[in-house]
Ligand binder design. Structure first.
Ligand code: MG
Length: 337
């Protein structure tokens, strides 16, 4: 197998307003695995707060000697080798995992969903993220989400109640919230959770900072009127056991989990632990989002809006049918160039 890669920069349709500043681009690295003339595609998406850069990803990928694996179907052995090459580098590892699953799917002439044994008959609606912005821009953003049936509202600002008020006056869609670690005080967090419950929100992501006191999260989880999902607090499989006491569920993203194989394992384990599962994404192209869509029938909440938030997707946009991104029936990820 031969691995190749190149850096690429995604242009966001609208700059992201976040607690740590605004952002109008996201760096990614596109990967390609070739075996006997068949190509598998992957990507690493690199939001700055995760610490990976195009340089670190390309440095990691340059170290890999995938030529030594003659049979791409040795997926477990290959991914074990990739993971053992260095710690961290989760998105870089995901870019190999994705390309490998795409390649193997093509070799076996099976879509990735079938490879993982996922039944795709149930429709899962994806949410569309309404990022933090000037309050006056929110109505326009909500209009832009017209093709989606669910909105995920970013909170964690001083204006959370105002944001919710505007959202409720503009739409009667299903609503999720993401506080992005923005509520540092547990009593205030609980008040806001009740406010969201009264405004018919269904679920809340990462209410408090990753490094908050564990006792505070335990307290909040016990009293919360809404299910609380860990996003920043859970990256990989090994983070699950601790999260089960502090959260009702987890937001699994391929770029955190090192790809599809571990994301799949995390979903199964989360189910054993009676945890809810959201399948989310970073700012990504169709590649990673279509890959995730193959696992989406296993999730309670699907948040795969990445390619719809960018202007320069290098691949064909995923097909959005009635607010759902259906897993492709084509072999592999089903990416169209
Ligand atoms: Mg989040």
């Amino acid at each position: 197998m031969k691995l190749s890669f190149r850096p690429y920069t995604l242009q966001l349709k609208r700059p992201f307003g976040l607690a740590h500043g605004t952002r109008s681009t996201t760096a990614i690295v596109l990967t390609q695995l070739e075996h006997k003339g068949i190509f598998g595609f992957g990507e690493a998406s690199l939001p700055p707060y995760h610490g990976e850069t195009q340089e670190s990803v390309m440095n990691f990928l340059s170290k890999l000697q995938l030529e030594k694996f003659e049979n791409p179907q040795e997926v477990t052995a290959i991914l074990k080798y990739v993971d053992a090459t260095a710690t961290g580098n989760n998105a870089a590892k995901a870019s190999v995992d994705l390309a490998l699953h795409d390649l193997v799917g093509k070799i076996l002439n099976k879509p990735c969903s079938e490879y993982f044994g996922v039944k795709t008959n149930e429709k899962k609606y994806s949410s569309y993220t309404i990022a933090i912005d000037d309050l006056k821009n929110l109505p326009q953003k909500i209009k832009e989400a017209k093709d989606f049936k669910i909105l995920k509202i970013k909170l964690g600002t001083h204006d959370d109640e105002k944001i919710v008020h505007i959202v409720k006056s503009e739409t009667d869609k299903k609503l999720y919230a993401d506080a992005n670690q923005g509520w540092s005080d547990k009593s205030m967090a609980l008040e806001l959770l009740h406010m969201l419950k009264e405004n018919s929100f269904e679920v809340v992501e990462q209410p408090m900072p990753v490094d908050c006191k564990e006792d505070d999260m335990l307290w909040l989880k016990e009293k919360s009127p809404l299910p609380l999902l860990a996003d920043e607090s859970v990256k990989r499989f090994s983070d699950l056991e601790k999260a089960k006491d502090l959260f009702h569920g987890i937001n699994i993203k391929l770029m955190k989990s090192t790809g599809m194989a571990e994301a799949y394992k995390m979903i199964l384990r989360a189910r054993e632990l009676n945890m809810k599962v959201m399948l989310g994404c970073m700012t990504e192209t169709s590649c990673a989002v279509l890959a995730a869509s193959h696992l989406s029938p296993l999730a309670d909440y699907v948040d795969l809006d990445g390619p719809f938030l960018i202007n320069n997707n290098p691949f064909k946009n995923p097909e959005l049918i009635d607010g759902c991104i259906l897993p492709s029936e084509k072999p592999g990820i089903g990416l169209e160039l």
